[in-house]
Design a protein around this ligand. Structure first.
Ligand code: ZN
Length: 287
């Protein structure tokens, strides 16, 4: 069932669990995530970066693929199609194309400009029943060519942007996109606590969910994190499983070259990862 992400994240926040926002890249990703969420009776958010959407053909292709698959596979758990790290123009295009949720990432802008633009997106999105995520302060690592320094968001700025009427907020607390370096200091829970106190109970979002230790994930949920983004991890397990299949020469045995066989180990690996995330985030049976 396609829905926006507002209600599911309010419920998560109230119920002290988080919903996974898992990025998709193609049909295999989409199907693996949807089927696993259904099997686990968990709400799910499909994250789509502008780059991934472009790869798939465009925002309309994403909307059509997800919508048709939800129907064909009889997916009854709540599913949101969410633009990840969108520009102002991306947000407008996704609202128009039929996404149910968008993230406007104005974190690189001066705070006043970020607030002004977020407010405009909120108005346009809410008119169409689309939920909105905003971001304050940059998050470390690299995503689609955007490099941040692993900043910690300012609680007062978080409070101000929350007043624009956004549905959930991404705020840097030392989290990083991609693989965490060995010398990573961990999440800053004092900062998260201050942000949580300043933002009046709005669901908070943790980006860069790949490789954050389980105890830190759980502690962040207890401090208001209700949406956790996972992207890199599925890419890593898919690549490793596919590599194993090819290195064992299975693509050269019989019809092992058939994409349905060639990609199957990767799909199974992604499903196992999604299953583990749903367990860890606590969203099993919360659909
Ligand atoms: Zn992110």
């Amino acid at each position: 069932m396609l829905v926006n992400a507002s209600e599911m994240l309010k419920n998560a926040r109230k119920g002290q669990y988080a919903v996974g926002a898992i990025n998709i890249n193609n049909l295999e990703w989409t199907k693996a995530i949807l089927q696993t969420a259904q099997e686990m009776n968990s709400p799910i958010i499909l994250g789509v970066s502008a780059g991934a959407a472009k790869y798939m053909g465009g925002f309309k292709t994403v909307v059509a693929l997800v919508g048709a698959m939800v129907e064909d596979l009889k997916i009854t758990v709540p599913v949101a199609t969410h633009l990840d790290h969108g520009t102002y123009e991306d947000c407008l295009a996704c609202i128009e194309a039929g996404f149910t949720s968008v993230m406007f990432d104005g974190s690189h802008l001066p705070i006043e400009e970020n607030i002004t633009k977020t407010k405009e997106i909120v108005k346009l999105a809410h008119d169409k029943g689309v939920s909105v995520e905003a971001e304050v302060g940059s998050i470390g690592g690299e995503e689609d060519g955007v490099i941040g320094a692993g900043e910690i968001a300012d609680a007062e700025e978080c409070r101000k942007i929350t007043e624009t009427g956004i549905d959930f907020l991404a705020a840097g607390i030392g989290n990083i996109h991609g693989v965490y370096p060995d010398n990573w200091k961990g999440l800053d829970f004092d900062a998260l606590s201050a942000i949580n106190d300043a933002t009046g109970g709005i669901p908070l979002v943790l980006h860069g969910g790949t490789g954050i230790p389980e105890d830190m994930v759980k502690r962040s949920i207890s401090l208001g994190v209700s949406k956790i983004n996972v992207n890199t991890e599925l890419q890593l397990v898919f690549a490793a499983a596919t590599r194993g299949y090819v290195e064992e020469g299975k693509d050269k045995q019989g019809k092992g070259y058939d994409p349905r066989k060639l990609l199957a180990p990767g799909v199974e690996a992604m499903k196992a990862t999604v299953r583990a995330k749903i367990e860890l985030f606590g969203s099993k049976d919360k659909a």
